[in-house]
Design a protein around this ligand. Structure first.
Ligand code: ADP
Ligand code: MG
Length: 833
């Protein structure tokens, strides 16, 4: 490697840094041979010397050079795990954590008891574990329990270039933990690994590291890739364009694998089907297509069954006595779901069937195309297929989401087809309103994607957009932390006693307004101690940005859910509401419980089928919504009812399929319920809580308490229906006013309260499609508001643009939009919460 010039000669004088032992590894000859081809192998000595001599090292290398699979093995062989302490590797994606632990275990010929993984809901870590792959969220949770991470000898932060929020925070924290461990005489090694992308954010950030860490550049041995731009950029149908491009490549160009980048699971499946139809191949020929799918359904079923068994084991009878054996308390990571449309869209194959030239594209050449899908939530066995050579006499074609960009390297790719798009979740910085959008990738991503074509020989990359469009791409995509609400993160940091969050050594700090919004919300929820209102306004504002955590905040921080939901949990011991709140919160966290039937259908027949399914779902939702005062709990009651009914039926794929529930979501809810039950039991040590998967519906009184609990957690998500006399114009018809937005918002048509239009509601989230829609809606009574949310209320006449008001009783300064609340009555009823 080239050790960069900027590196200071940070040679540690402590010999204790260098373990003396050499631990032999018994690898098979094939593995050994494959390893020797990896560029990083030649650099083992240089890398290990740099690690031995420096507390912090940055390793940059082209994707596929062997960083993730080999560096942990180097460390193991050099004896880093031979005395008390293990190697931890963090990945931003679950799929990488699981797949890499399996690969490394196989390469080293060790069992998964030794080379293990831990992701949010599952893992196979044991007492014998020496190499542990995990998601970055999992490690962040561990920092809370043991700030110095004493269990670890080495921490590897992998895929740092992805700039995931947790990765950024971990790097900030570790920049402090490493010197502290050094001082204690228990040195910790930190290795930051990244694709060859901008690393200056880490290395040239003087707030981060006192001494600039050496940057080792692993020689890429990248073959040249010829980039072909489209003359024109297709507007919408990039999927169809991909199809045509793959057909052309396959017919006209010499052998070599094809890798196609699309944005989501449904698109991936759809393209796979079209390609299999066009280039049939025994098992997945048109006739055999069904076979293949049958086989894959069967595989999926097996996979789910095995997962079910594991999951079933984590839920039952959690009480304090067996707390120690319940292996859950993990970070709170679900990025796969966010970047994949597993959540954004449907799980079902969606054949776009754009009808164009499928016939004429039908190949007359007989060379079959071996088509494989790849996306983050694909069953691991199917994922592993892409690493195996294709059947002889076929050409490999992998249709992938951007997991193939840097997380996984597929061998034998010569042609890359890049649609130039990626699906991302977008948030409004202040309100947290989110939406999934397909957007252009960055130039860095485009180059990464192109690079996949030149791993084994010179290759070609076909970009389905023009070079002018490419020039308009942003250079790098912005770090996640600058793009999303950060209240969950701030609460976690406060729980680590980092009070002046603003001074934290973020590799890239979140925008000041996002930090302020987060602190504001946490103060309103009671998670932070409000600063005394003395001194000048400026000083007060500064004090507000460094509030310490409150006892309630500490309780909230132990729950692996968003702070609003954590507040609900913290309030729910009363009236035996906990089992219900846990279920509601789990359902809200997992999101998208119901299948989406409002999608375009390929045929008349399918349209009828979808309609029927939707009808059934609507009917069931009405039943799940309950009766009497239960109904007012609205969509949250539907969630409760759906989960209860599903568990009652044994949570089978059949029940879910018949009733429009997403099986995968139901399984996640089950796991999260188990996890939250454990968390609650560890906070309320006398609760001895056991959540019955098949719980009874709440009583009428409990339903009312639940609505109050929900209100207390979602206080800033309160909305008041616009009354007839206020109707400004037609666009306000049936609209609601919210505290956070000026625009009209509406109850989503899928809500059971869509027709009821209660005067006051709280909502789980606002999503923007054609209008701003509230989802997860529940009705609240106006008289509860001043009692439960005093800090949000302004008792007085409504003002158009009120100045910040000062309340002498509470000492609070508030900016209000009292128009939302002016119907709130003065009498404070006795509300017990
Ligand atoms: P990097 O982290 O530098 O991107 P990796 O360590 O992930 O590189 O990959 C090194 C090599 O190992 C690649 O050639 C990749 O194809 C191969 N590889 C990774 N996982 C598997 C697997 N499950 N089966 C076969 N080969 C694999
Ligand atoms: Mg890697």
């Amino acid at each position: 490697p080239v050790v960069s010039q900027q590196a200071a000669p940070a040679v540690s004088s402590k010999p204790s840094c260098k373990p003396a032992v050499f631990v032999p590894v018994d690898r098979s000859p094939e593995i050994q041979e494959a390893r020797l081809k990896l560029p990083i192998l030649a650099e083992e000595q240089v890398i290990m010397e740099a690690i031995n001599e420096n507390p912090i090292v940055v390793i940059c290398g082209e994707t596929g050079s062997g960083k993730t699979t080999q560096v942990p093995q180097f460390l193991y062989e050099a004896g880093y795990t031979s005395s008390n302490g293990i190697i931890g590797i963090t990945e931003p994606r679950r799929v990488a954590a699981v797949s890499m632990s399996q690969r490394v275990a196989k390469e080293m010929n060790l069992s998964h008891r030794v080379v293990s993984y831990q992701i949010r809901y599952e893992g196979n870590v044991t007492d014998e574990t020496q190499i542990k792959f995990m998601t970055d969220g999992v490690l962040l949770k561990e920092v809370q329990k043991d700030f110095l991470l004493l269990k670890y000898k080495v921490i590897i932060i992998d895929e740092a270039h992805e700039r995931s929020m947790y990765t950024d925070i971990l790097i900030g924290l570790l920049s402090r933990i490493v010197p502290l461990r050094e001082k204690k005489g228990l040195p910790l090694k930190l290795i930051i690994m990244s694709a060859t992308l901008r690393v200056e954010d880490f290395t040239e950030n003087t707030r981060l590291f006192a001494v600039t860490p050496p940057v080792l550049q692993v020689d890429a041995r990248q073959f040249p890739v010829t980039v072909h731009f489209n003359k024109k950029t297709p507007l919408d149908d990039y999927s169809g364009e991909c199809f045509r491009k793959v057909c052309k490549i396959h017919r006209m160009l010499p052998s070599g694998g094809i890798l196609v980048f699309l944005t989501g699971q449904a698109e991936v499946h759809s393209l796979c089907r079209r390609l299999r139809k066009a280039f049939p191949f025994q098992k997945n020929s048109t006739a055999g297509d069904d076979d293949d799918r049958k086989e894959s359904v069967e595989e999926m079923r097996k996979f789910k069954k095995s997962r079910r068994r594991r999951k079933a084991a984590t839920l039952p009878q959690i009480n304090l006595d067996n707390y120690a054996v319940v292996p859950v308390d993990e970070g709170d990571e679900d990025r796969d779901a966010e970047t994949d449309d597993d959540i954004a869209g449907s799980d079902v194959d969606l054949d776009l069937g754009d009808g164009d030239s499928e016939e004429e594209e039908k190949s007359d050449s007989s060379l079959p195309l071996y088509v494989l899908p790849l996306y983050s939530l694909l069953a691991p066995e199917k994922q592993a297929k892409v690493f195996r050579p294709p059947p002889p006499g076929t050409r490999l074609c992998v249709v992938a989401t951007n997991v193939a960009e840097t997380s996984l390297t597929i061998p034998g790719i010569k042609y890359v087809v890049d649609c130039g798009k990626v699906k991302k979740r977008f948030y409004d910085k202040i309100t947290g309103v989110s939406s999934f959008r397909v957007t252009w990738i960055s130039q860095a991503s485009a180059n990464q994607r192109a690079g996949r074509a030149g791993r084994t020989e010179p290759g070609h990359c076909y970009r389905l957009y023009s070079s002018a469009v490419f020039m308009d791409f942003e250079k790098f995509s912005a770090p996640e932390i600058t793009k999303r609400p950060v209240e969950d993160l701030i609460l976690q940091m406060k729980a680590l006693n980092i009070e002046k969050v603003i001074n934290f050594p973020f590799p890239t700090p979140p925008p000041a307004e996002a930090l302020a919004a987060a602190e504001e919300l946490l103060i309103a929820l009671g998670a932070l101690k409000e600063p005394p209102m003395t001194g000048r306004l400026k000083e007060q504002q500064a004090a507000k940005l460094s509030c310490p955590i409150s006892p309630l905040g500490r309780v909230m921080a132990t729950f692996p859910v968003a702070p609003r939901y954590a507040k609900m949990l913290a309030l729910s011991r009363q009236h035996d509401c906990l089992p219900y709140t846990i279920t509601i919160v789990s359902a809200m966290t997992v999101r998208e419980l119901f299948e989406e039937f409002d999608r375009p259908a390929a045929s008349e027949e399918e349209t009828v089928k979808l309609k029927g399914k939707k009808g059934r779902l609507v009917q069931m939702q009405r039943i799940w919504a309950g009766q009497g005062s239960l109904q007012k709990l609205g969509d949250l009651m539907v969630m409760l009812g759906a989960v209860g009914a599903c568990e009652y039926s044994g949570c089978t794929p059949k029940f879910c399929e018949e009733n429009g529930l997403r099986y995968k979501a139901m399984l996640e809810i089950r796991r999260l319920r188990g996890q939250l039950t454990t968390a609650v039991n560890s906070v309320c040590t006398d609760a001895g809580l056991y959540v019955d998967p098949k719980m009874k519906p709440p009583t009428e009184a409990q339903a009312t308490y639940l609505r109050q609990i929900v209100l207390a957690g979602l206080g800033d998500h309160l909305a008041r229906r616009v009354q007839a006399e206020e109707l400004l114009d037609d666009k306000w018809k049936n609209a609601y006013k919210t505290a956070l937005l000026d625009d009209p918002v509406f109850i989503h048509p899928s809500s059971v309260l869509f027709k009821q239009l209660p005067d006051f509601v709280v909502y789980q989230e606002i999503v923007e499609t054609t209008k701003l829609y509230m989802k997860g809606v529940s009705a609240v009574e106006p008289e509860w508001i001043p009692a439960l949310l005093p800090s949000y209320c302004h008792f007085g006449k409504p003002l158009e643009n009120p100045p910040p008001s000062y309340c002498p009783e509470t000492g609070r300064i508030r900016c209000h939009r009292p128009s939302v609340f002016y119907r709130v009555s003065w009498q404070l009823p006795a509300v017990e919460v």
